[in-house]
Design a protein around this ligand. Structure first.
Ligand code: KG4
Ligand code: ZN
Length: 345
């Protein structure tokens, strides 16, 4: 079964052709980072305009790189939320046009579900082969917009166990990088400079709730970094910047790992899958790997190109939804900025 996936929820215009849910035939991503960089964040109007300019070319490339034509497709999967409405609408309009013209089923996909499913795609370069990843498992989705802890009971069966009560973890990485004048997006830059710093130099608060819940909270950690920078006026000294980056990263990752392992234990599971842009963070991956090895838990994560936004993960969800016959009616499928993760079986 061949599914064309389309993703435009934020600042990547993406299209991909995936065969039978797990075999990626093409994965085209056109990033808008250069456009938004000078504003220090995504500007919705600019994102929408750029998606409109790029989407047709990206879809054509996805098909040509896969060596397939529209007529060979079995369905169209498209992200309909959560995300920026004006951005989502471009992908939706395109997907509807193709579905209508070629009389194909149209499947609406939740972006968070996509990040979870990115783990199902083949990636032989990763020694943690994902071929054997099947539910049930715990998923941690960590990106610029989300920090969600999900119990994936089956394909399409979810229980949200925890989420952030304020900022998303990627947002915190980006804001801390901004405070340190490191550039945008900040996550990859902090990831790169943190190993040069001393992660014991400053004690920042852990990014979690003090109660027993599995929720996260990153605004206290972000404020602690802001206060530290203000009080110490250290922004010009490279070693201090590296120390702050290392201590912030450590505090953020520790909370994510701690709550995730609580969830694994609570549900009596032995598998965890990571997804979202922050899942490519090297410190996060190595802490997860070490802790998992010690506890006999298997940890899965996609290669970096499938951690950040892409359309292959959307095609993948589309495949499983088609398998379970859950295409949404054409007319009622619309952009939903705050779409929640819902089970569909
Ligand atoms: O999944 P994604 O591409 O978009 C959203 O759905 O938000 O995630 C982007 C986020 C940004 O906040 C970026 O700074 C962060 O992921 N990110 C990282 C790394 N690579 C990307 N954060 C920490 N370490 C990284 N290596
Ligand atoms: Zn995302």
């Amino acid at each position: 079964m061949l599914i064309l996936g389309i993703e435009t929820s934020c600042d990547e215009t993406a299209a991909s052709v995936v065969e039978d849910g797990r075999r990626m035939l093409s994965n085209v991503v056109s990033s808008q980072i250069d456009i938004h960089r000078k504003y220090g964040g995504v500007v919705p109007e600019l994102a929408s305009r750029k998606h409109l300019e790029t989407i047709n070319l990206v879809v054509e490339q996805a098909l040509s790189r896969a060596g397939r034509s529209f007529r060979e497709l079995d369905g169209i999967a498209v992200t309909y939320g959560p995300g920026l409405v004006a951005a989502l609408l471009v992908g939706l309009a395109t997907a509807k046009a193709v579905a209508y013209a070629f009389e194909l089923p149209l499947i609406g996909v939740n972006h968070i579900e996509g990040h979870i499913f990115s783990n199902f795609l083949e990636h032989p370069e990763n020694r943690f082969s994902t071929d054997k990843l099947v539910p049930p498992f715990i998923a941690l989705v960590v990106s610029g917009g989300h920090s969600d802890l999900v119990f994936v009971e089956g394909y399409g069966k979810y229980e949200l166990l925890g989420r952030t009560r304020d900022d998303a973890v990627g947002e915190a990485f980006d804001k801390v990088a901004k405070l340190l004048h490191l550039g945008y997006p900040g996550g990859p830059i902090i990831d790169e400079i943190a190993p040069k710093g001393n992660a014991e130099a400053i004690k920042f608060p852990l990014a979690r709730m003090k109660d027993d819940s599995l929720d996260f909270s990153f605004s206290g950690l972000k404020t602690a970094v802001a206060n530290f920078v203000k009080n110490h006026k250290l922004s010009i000294e490279p070693q201090s910047v590296a120390d702050i980056a290392a201590c912030f990263q450590r505090a953020a990752v520790e909370a994510l790992v701690e709550k995730t392992f609580c969830a694994i234990e609570e549900k009596g599971l032995d598998k965890v899958a990571l997804g979202g842009g922050v899942a490519s963070n090297s410190h996060l991956r190595s802490v997860f790997k070490n802790r998992a090895e010690k506890n006999g838990i298997e940890v899965y994560y996609p290669p970096p190109a499938l951690c950040t936004d892409n359309a292959a993960m959307i095609s993948c969800v589309g495949y499983y939804k088609m398998e379970h016959s859950v295409p949404r009616p054409f007319e009622s499928l619309t952009a939903e900025a705050n779409l929640e993760l819902e089970s569909w079986i």
